[in-house]
Write a protein that binds this ligand. Structure first.
Ligand code: GLA
Length: 532
């Protein structure tokens, strides 16, 4: 990426950070690395730079296709494997885990315990499996007394111990439902949960699920990273195209409330589910990308059609969703049948545009540059993000023909260049090291992160506050960056040590955080070790 582009990006980031200051998020009081017995660090990470969900979260959740019954460890692991083998991981999908799959109970001591019948390896074991595949761990709970099916306990009156348990299970994302909450104040409840989550000392994406109840877009940016704006998109197992479109159009109206670190969530995707055609899949995906909606797949990844895979992994469409400016696009013109969606500037100065035909016949639509905020006299290149073809330069506008239920998804730029923003893929999020001797040893383990986007990122900077036994060096090699973790066992007592490592990617001109990466380092010391 050229220096001038970075300057533009820096200015835009500064603007976004200003937005974040207007809607402040509270800081993590104690996310920094903890070794056993260490007291939480006072090092606070501030609102704008917790670095979580700076672009809409991408992942997979079981509810849409499976509902509660079939969920168990075997199924989730098969899905995790399919996420990797299908190419979805390489396209940026990262968060995965059970939804309401009866995965835990509350024991007599009040603590949550894994339902070992369904998850024999334990919920921590499932998290480790997910992390070693380079994916992030998502769990589910409820803010009330029970979850929606009433089969699992809710967090009411157990907020702090439950959030500690999720942190111990090494969750990276928690969806918190709003069933069985009679008499609870929604803002207070989600604020307590947010405080509890931060007190637990692990950075976790916090996904609120009140289906629009309590107007979360007005207040939830201070206590969460995303909030459901609408009711469930389908009943498990069967997509509902008309219902999904109602949800899309309701979510569209809330565009002003979304931005980096705080997103409107119109629910998990129906792409690839029974009940939707290939064309509808593509249109649905385009709408979710343009609305900067979380891209949480909800289909059975083990048995996807090639067309569904192609849709879900279209990097040119994903680039619109994962754009670092994080603007939610909206309808800029409609006649009730054809809608023109725009208002989505991208980091390189281009504009993303969608023309959607909800009629019964093919339609022709002329998009004039001023309708999408471009000077009429400008000569522009028009990239079709599904045909992967570029036309131009064109002045004045462009005409497109769109079939029923279909979209034309375009990216319009004065340059014949359509860069893909950073999309980071990790080979693992867990480094496990074991020392067996009683003499001091140095052990090393590494994690490699690859940028699938076309722009280069500057070198990651590892956060301060690592425990004394851990040293992390970052080495750059092309678009992959490797974090080498060296631990010294000198003077350590027998036991398990754990640290959450935070690495920042800071924007080079303004020095503001662009993104943050968190991963775990585990060290097992099997015998007391002497000093050197
Ligand atoms: C609610 C949520 C769904 C799903 C179910 C689980 O309905 O909106 O997304 O999590 O609960 O019971």
């Amino acid at each position: 990426m050229k220096k001038t582009d970075w300057v533009t990006l820096a200015a835009m980031c500064a603007l976004l950070l200003f937005t974040a200051i207007v809607l402040p998020r509270e800081s993590f009081p104690a996310f920094s690395p903890i070794s056993r017995g260490a007291s939480p660090s006072a090092n606070a990470v501030h609102a704008a730079d917790d670095g979580l969900a700076l672009t809409p979260p991408m992942g997979w959740y079981p509810w849409n296709i499976f509902g509660e019954g079939p969920q168990n460890e075997k199924l989730i692991k098969e899905i995790v494997d399919a996420l990797v083998s299908s190419g979805l991981k390489d396209a940026g999908y990262a968060y995965v885990g059970p939804d309401e799959g009866i995965c835990f109970f509350r024991g007599a001591d009040g603590r949550l315990t894994t339902n070992l019948e369904r998850y024999p390896g334990g919920l921590r074991g499932l998290g480790d499996y997910i992390h070693t595949k380079g994916l992030k761990y998502a769990l589910y709970t409820d803010a009330g007394t029970r979850t929606c099916s009433k089969a699992m306990p809710g967090t009411k009156d157990h907020e702090f111990e439950d959030m500690r348990q999720f942190a111990e299970w090494r969750a990276d994302y928690v969806k918190i439902d709003w069933c069985n909450t009679e008499g609870q104040d929604i803002v207070k409840t989600y604020t307590i949960l947010h405080d509890a989550q931060h007190a637990a000392g692990r950075p976790i994406v916090h996904s609120l699920c009140s289906w629009g109840e309590g107007y979360p877009w007005r207040w939830a940016a201070a206590v969460g990273h995303l909030w459901r704006t609408t009711s469930d998109i389908c009943t498990p197992g069967q997509a509902d195209w008309a219902g999904a479109m109602e949800i899309a159009f309701a979510n569209e109206k809330l565009a002003a409330f979304a931005g980096p670190g705080h997103w409107n969530d119109p629910d998990m995707m129906i792409v690839g589910m029974p009940g939707v055609s290939d064309i509808q899949n593509r249109s649905f995906f385009s709408l979710w990308c343009l609305m900067a909606a979380p891209l949480i797949a909800g289909n059975d990844l083990r048995s996807m059609s090639p067309a569904a895979v192609q849709t879900l992994t279209n990097l040119e469409a994903i680039a619109v969703n994962q754009d670092p400016l994080g603007v939610q696009g909206k309808i800029v013109w409609t006649d009730g049948v054809i809608s023109l969606w725009g208002g989505k500037p991208l980091f390189d100065g281009s504009q993303a545009v969608l023309i959607f035909n909800q009629g019964r016949h093919p339609a022709e639509k002329r998009v004039a540059w001023p309708e999408i905020g471009i000077d009429a006299a400008a000569a522009c290149y028009v990239r079709n993000l599904w045909a992967h073809e570029t036309k131009g330069p064109l002045t004045g506008g462009v005409s497109v023909r769109v079939d029923p239920d279909d979209v034309a998804m375009l990216r319009i730029s004065t340059k014949n260049d359509f860069p893909i923003p950073p999309i980071m893929i990790a080979d693992s999020y867990l480094i496990s090291l074991r020392s067996s001797g009683s003499d001091p040893q140095k052990l090393a383990g590494s994690l490699t992160v690859t940028n699938k986007g076309s722009v280069e990122l500057p070198l990651w900077r590892v956060g301060e506050g690592l425990p004394p036994w851990l040293f992390v060096a970052v080495s750059k090699s092309g678009k992959s960056q490797t974090f080498t973790n060296t631990v010294s066992t000198a003077g350590l007592r027998k036991g398990l040590y754990h640290a959450v490592v935070r690495a920042d990617n800071t924007e080079p001109v303004s020095d503001k955080p662009m993104s943050a990466l968190y991963y775990d380092v585990d060290l097992e010391v099997t015998r007391d070790v002497g000093r050197i």
